[in-house]
Design a protein around this ligand. Structure first.
Ligand SMILES: Nc1nc(=O)c2c([nH]1)NC[C@@H]1CN(c3ccc(C(=O)N[C@@H](CCC(=O)O)C(=O)O)cc3)C=[N+]21
Length: 290
């Protein structure tokens, strides 16, 4: 069986380092990093994620401000809140939990956030900056996935990386970061011809499609490193209970892969740890601290 990549332990270590940095920013620079988390509506999964983010903030000594808006909130009202958070010097990071209700255009909302407070890294100017190698705020899930890959493999230069999925929040930025590390990058998606064969060429396989158990064991090259970005809630056919599974058929894949991230306990905790990392970085940058 391949090695399990313990994202939860890595995230805990990263957060311990960040907690020390926050403590010294407070005592030496009188700076307390602060993130505003905006949740619109009552989606239970979203509420759980927001809760996890706020809890991590508390552990690290980062201030968090939760804004919970009604599901009927208009785009104008949300934009007005973002404007006030942009102009609040005590707020360093702004995160609007996605998805937002259908009357709100998520693109308009994302691009209304000040790029230097955009701790998700979704603002069009942060996306463009990354495309030309001038990384500012890097999206949390790809950033966390890269940390795990470099910890596992060291130098990624020349490796064949296949990213399955082309979303703006994971697939595309992940491909950009892998290219920055001199991987030979293929972005595969629902129209890709012979996807199993494309995946079999991967030294690094990143699954980010949002379909439970989509990537099969016989798509994986022996010894490959597999990063499973999927967070899918399914009903277990045997126990009838709800459980969390990734985009990779983990039980079979773990015997073929050289190393693989589990779900839960893989990329998910890294996403939240990297949100903390981006918040500390934003606080320092906005305060003129290197
Ligand atoms: N603006 C915005 N930014 C986001 O970063 C964002 C978002 N919207 N909308 C929803 C997704 C989802 N997401 C997760 C983060 C951590 C876990 C996580 O820590 N998962 C745990 C398990 C949690 C559980 O048991 O439910 C794990 O994989 O081990 C999951 C999902 C961030 N998202």
């Amino acid at each position: 069986m391949g090695k399990l990549i313990d994202g939860k332990a890595f995230a805990n270590r990263l957060c311990e380092t960040l907690a020390e940095e926050v403590a010294s920013l407070k005592s030496e620079k009188q700076l307390t990093p602060c993130i505003a988390v905006v949740l619109v509506g009552e989606d239970p999964a979203s509420a759980t994620y927001v809760g996890a983010k706020v809890k991590r903030c508390e552990q690290l000594g980062i201030d968090s401000r939760s804004h919970h808006l009604d599901v009927t909130t208009s785009e104008e009202e949300l934009l007005s809140l973002i404007d006030s958070l942009n102009n609040d010097p005590a707020v360093h990071g702004i995160l609007v939990q996605l998805p937002v209700p259908k009357q709100i255009n998520s693109e308009a909302v994302i691009n209304a956030i000040s790029p230097d407070k955009d701790v998700d890294g979704f603002h069009i100017s942060n996306v463009g900056a990354m495309a030309v190698g001038q990384n500012n705020m890097v999206p949390c899930t790809p950033l966390g996935s890269m940390m795990l890959l470099e910890d596992e493999l060291g130098d990624l230069s020349g490796l064949n990386a296949v990213v399955v999925g082309r979303s703006n929040i994971v697939g595309k930025p992940m491909a950009t970061l892998l290219l920055q590390k001199s991987c030979t990058v293929t972005v595969a998606h629902s129209r890709t011809k012979d996807l199993p064969a494309v995946c079999r060429g991967a030294d690094i396989l990143v699954a980010a499609v949002g379909i439970p158990h989509f990537v099969k064991a016989d798509w994986i090259k022996e010894g490959a490193t597999v990063i499973d970005v999927g967070i899918n809630r399914i009903q277990d056919p045997e126990t009838g209970k709800n459980r969390l599974v990734g985009d990779v058929d983990f039980d079979a894949a773990k015997d073929v892969a050289g190393a693989i991230t589990p779900v839960p306990g893989g990329v998910g905790p890294m996403t939240i740890a990297c949100l903390m990392y981006n918040t500390v970085a934003a606080a320092k940058k906005l305060s003129g601290i290197a």
